[in-house]
Design a protein around this ligand. Sequence first.
Ligand SMILES: Nc1ncnc2c1ncn2[C@@H]1O[C@H](COP(=O)(O)OP(=O)(O)OP(=O)(O)O)[C@@H](O)[C@H]1O
Ligand SMILES: Nc1ncnc2c1ncn2[C@@H]1O[C@H](COP(=O)(O)OP(=O)(O)OP(=O)(O)O)[C@@H](O)[C@H]1O
Lengths: 216, 216
Amino acid sequence: MGQFVVIGLGNFGHNVAISLFEQRNQVLAIDANSKKIEQIKDKVTQAVVVNVKEKEALSEFISNDIDAAIVSLGDKIEASILTTLYLKELGVKKIIVKAINDDHGQILKLIGAMEIIYPEKEEAVRLARRLTVPNLIEHIPLASEYSIVEIAVPDNFVGKSLKELRLRSKYNVEVIAVKDVLQDTLHLIPEADVKIKPDSVLMVIGKEVDINKFKV
Amino acid sequence: MGQFVVIGLGNFGHNVAISLFEQRNQVLAIDANSKKIEQIKDKVTQAVVVNVKEKEALSEFISNDIDAAIVSLGDKIEASILTTLYLKELGVKKIIVKAINDDHGQILKLIGAMEIIYPEKEEAVRLARRLTVPNLIEHIPLASEYSIVEIAVPDNFVGKSLKELRLRSKYNVEVIAVKDVLQDTLHLIPEADVKIKPDSVLMVIGKEVDINKFKV
Ligand SMILES: Nc1ncnc2c1ncn2[C@@H]1O[C@H](COP(=O)(O)OP(=O)(O)OP(=O)(O)O)[C@@H](O)[C@H]1O
Ligand SMILES: Nc1ncnc2c1ncn2[C@@H]1O[C@H](COP(=O)(O)OP(=O)(O)OP(=O)(O)O)[C@@H](O)[C@H]1O
């Protein structure tokens, strides 16, 4: 499959490395801490102890046929900047770095990181959204202003058919699936005469502004 | 809207608090560190310095009409366990805690936390999936074994109609939308005779096992 290097084995780096390996990629894990290397060596292709601030040592393991390098060195800002620079000079095409704040992320982008990740911030925003709309199970933003939302059916929908609810004409949203929570089944692109049962969840796609009217 | 208490203002807690407030909820932010309180006080309803291990001090701010409490105290495992216990005793219905590993999470669940969050692990799994399937833009797991995937169209699809591609009969997946990346538009539940253009992205829904055959 793909060839990846993961540098820094904190919670994020460790999980990226083992997830990539589980999906049958080749994974080289690098960390300065031998304990971390010991814990991960059976769950990746190869794991080596390297201090990545030493360019010589790092270059021994980096070739330009690596598909991507993922760097997550926690609050070691200097180390993450140097590593990004070295990886760029060693020809790595795609460098993904976990940043600890916006300034850090901006610097990394200027140095050559292709993508900056803020795991805590991204999960935080997701959680806040789920908590704000109580029957909202998931809100998945898509292209441009579209989203998919999963909404538990309000009581006044139960027993009505999709046709009677007239969601497309009333709210300009499309029901792409109806989930039966108890039976854990999904009915894709349901017919207009399908009746809503209690304990069902509607998966609806539409523009953000229309979904917000529909959610309330 | 909702009433929330956020305890612990690391990266995750801080972002949950301000996101909840931006979505027009009432947010009380708590931290033992006055600097953190200073930085956040204009971005939430109220922010107070409290050492949450002191039950008396904490109870002053907790009532049972809070919708949810979000606890993220980093590696202070003892503090997070005590806080969860106190919040439960003070009648908070929904306690969500950021855990640093599985054992920590298990303990919190036994104490009474309703939901455990592992932000770094969840983002890591998402990233690993995006990197493994190069034309996969997003993979959204749904109920039971279903997922939605966004896939950039392979070259051999271009110019064909959805009907000709026979995705439903060949792979048992449904195309719920076609995204035009250049024009940034989304065509929902397209007709079978719609032709695939280059630079389009298919949004496909189906069972995991069928999607995996389709992705390759
Ligand atoms: N110069 C270096 N060379 C190699 N590895 C390093 C270097 N500096 C730090 N590291 C490693 O980077 C890792 C950073 O982990 P740490 O838990 O601090 O980061 P984090 O990204 O905040 O963690 P999490 O992913 O859990 O949020 C540690 O395992 C540490 O050994
Ligand atoms: N007993 C306590 N009472 C109140 N606040 C506390 C207590 N102990 C720790 N805290 C606060 O919890 C916060 C934890 O932040 P820290 O950055 O360590 O956690 P984290 O959850 O790993 O961070 P992140 O969300 O960035 O991953 C700190 O702001 C700290 O002041």
